[in-house]
Design a protein around this ligand. Structure first.
Ligand SMILES: Cc1cc2nc3c(=O)[nH]c(=O)nc-3n(C[C@H](O)[C@H](O)[C@H](O)COP(=O)(O)OP(=O)(O)OC[C@H]3O[C@@H](n4cnc5c(N)ncnc54)[C@H](O)[C@@H]3O)c2cc1C
Ligand code: SF4
Length: 461
């Protein structure tokens, strides 16, 4: 019988005042009993609206049914049939705007905790060494993937499952893209990312790290090397700045640099050779998930005061509600309706403060959000020694500049058809490189569409 309790089974978490001093995971995960109880809240709806809300169409009610029956291995196989990164997506997907937003249980209470149960199943599978499947028979065709973020991994996984010889070329020394260099350890432990990448390698995918396509090797050279198609999943890692005075002072970081140094280069560990400046008062400019991650890292690195400086109000904050809630619990201070006009420094060129103006909200602009308007003469200074700019990113132009026939739009994003074909025959693309900064699951969805298109392209030759 269905569990008709209106609210989700609560997720155990580290205490905010303990976790804001360590990099261990915030959410501790369901026990088997909690997962079974929560799965029993599913009504197994005939029309499965939740599945339509998932960009990779995870067969949600089917896997929930298996969890309710305590058959966790069968649940894992069902999830894996469409999603090769369930421990990742169970942790970082914005389920509240996707599958859970469509869940029928959400009409008179809270949606089923689909993400939490997906995470439980993936963790259980890892802890119990469930195999990720058998290596498929080779079909004799080769495909190259540029970038090992969720788009590249999903594309590689689907092609490998069809028998393709797939090689991923990754610029960094570690696979995973933003999952490894951006999202902090306390939201997504790197050992978990590595395990899901290793599952793909076990299926026969090859990985070449420290390979910058466009510099170490070009797309043309990949074709000359015998690849019949190339997928570009190079993300949107180029940070934007405000172009205000003082942005070149010491102590000003882009969020990408700050997070890469902290997460990928492990600056949060005492025994690493790649440290980062530990600020005492830190201003993070921006209001998205990336800004929340940077602020929460700064707090954990020992900052007494960490400010989110955002030019609109709480309602307009683009970050997930859960991330904002966690940030507030951990003591992050929100300076809303404030916009920086310059960064101040001392005679040694180090940041000493950030000058802001107060804003008020006018009529909605093209984005549909109310336009922030400066309140004249409202300037004030926040004393800080570190400023982290988190106002967005765009795709790096390297591949476009070194690949004849590839077109980009005015934002630098690769131009693609619905089938993820670029303007050059045989070259496909997906994820943030095409959409600009978006989400893990949208990148995976695009990688899967591209894998299908690449298969059709090669098989029709
Ligand atoms: C700090 C942060 C937090 C986020 N939090 C969330 C979240 O909670 N939930 C969510 O859904 N989304 C989140 N996102 C967004 C999400 O991570 C991205 O949308 C997603 O990772 C995009 O996947 P991708 O594969 O397109 O690109 P990426 O993950 O950026 O991967 C691209 C890869 O390509 C490599 N590369 C780039 N150029 C080259 C080249 N020339 N040659 C070889 N390799 C190259 C890069 O090194 C990188 O490894 C977050 C993003 C950031 C930055
Ligand atoms: S919409 Fe909700 S209740 Fe219905 S099948 Fe999906 S998860 Fe279960």
């Amino acid at each position: 019988m269905a569990n008709m309790i209106a609210t989700k089974t609560a997720m155990p978490e580290q205490d905010p005042n303990v976790r804001n001093k360590n990099f261990l995971e915030v959410a501790l995960g369901y026990t088997p009993e909690m997962a079974v109880d929560e799965a029993k809240r599913c009504l197994n709806c005939k029309h499965k609206p939740c599945v339509a809300g998932c960009p990779v169409n995870v067969r949600i009610p089917e896997f929930l049914q298996k969890v309710a029956e305590e058959d966790f291995e069968a649940a894992y196989r069902i999830i894996l049939s469409t999603n090769c990164l369930p421990a990742v997506s169970g942790r970082v997907c914005p389920q509240e705007t996707q599958c859970e937003a469509k869940c029928v249980r959400g009409i008179k209470g809270e949606a089923v905790g689909i993400g939490r149960i997906e995470r439980f199943v993936a963790d259980y599978a890892r802890e119990h060494n469930f195999s990720a499947g058998d290596k498929p028979a080779a079909n004799g065709h080769k495909v190259a993937i540029v970038g090992s973020g969720p788009a590249g991994l999903a594309c590689a996984g689907d092609l490998a499952a069809k028998g393709y010889e797939v090689t991923i070329y990754e610029a960094l020394h570690v696979a995973g893209g933003v999952l490894s260099y951006g999202i902090p350890e306390f939201r997504l432990p790197k050992a978990i990312v590595k395990k899901e990448v290793d599952n793909l390698l076990e299926l026969g995918v090859s990985l070449k790290t420290n390979y910058i396509v466009g510099r170490t090797i070009s797309v043309d050279e990949l074709f000359e090397g015998g690849y019949e198609a190339v997928f570009i999943g190079s993300g949107a890692g180029l940070p934007s700045f405000m172009n205000i005075p003082g942005e070149n002072l010491l102590g000003v970081y882009s969020a990408n640099e700050y997070l890469t140094r902290t997460n990928l280069m492990k600056a949060y560990l005492d025994d690493y050779m790649t440290p980062i400046f530990h600020g005492n008062s830190v201003a993070v400019v921006g209001g998205g998930n990336v800004a929340m991650d940077a602020a929460r890292c700064a707090k954990r690195l020992g900052a007494e005061n960490v400010y989110i400086v955002y030019r609109r109000g709480m309602e307009e904050l683009p970050a997930r509600a859960e991330e904002v809630h966690h940030a507030k619990e951990e003591g992050i201070i929100f300076k809303l309706l404030n916009n920086p006009v310059q960064i101040l420094g001392d005679e040694k060129g180090h940041v000493t403060g950030i000058e802001c103006v107060e804003m008020e909200l006018g009529e909605p602009d093209a984005s549909g959000r109310r336009r922030p308007i400066e309140k004249e003469g409202s300037n004030f200074v926040i004393d800080v020694d570190t400023v982290i700019m988190s106002i967005g990113t765009s795709p790096n132009p390297l591949i476009k500049n070194t690949t004849p026939g590839i077109e980009v739009n005015r934002k630098g994003c690769l131009v693609c058809t619905e089938d993820m074909a670029t303007t050059r025959a045989g070259v496909y693309a997906g994820g943030d490189a095409v959409t600009g900064a978006a989400t893990v699951i949208l990148a995976m969805g695009a990688g899967k569409i591209a894998a299908d298109s690449i298969d059709k392209f090669i098989m029709s030759k």
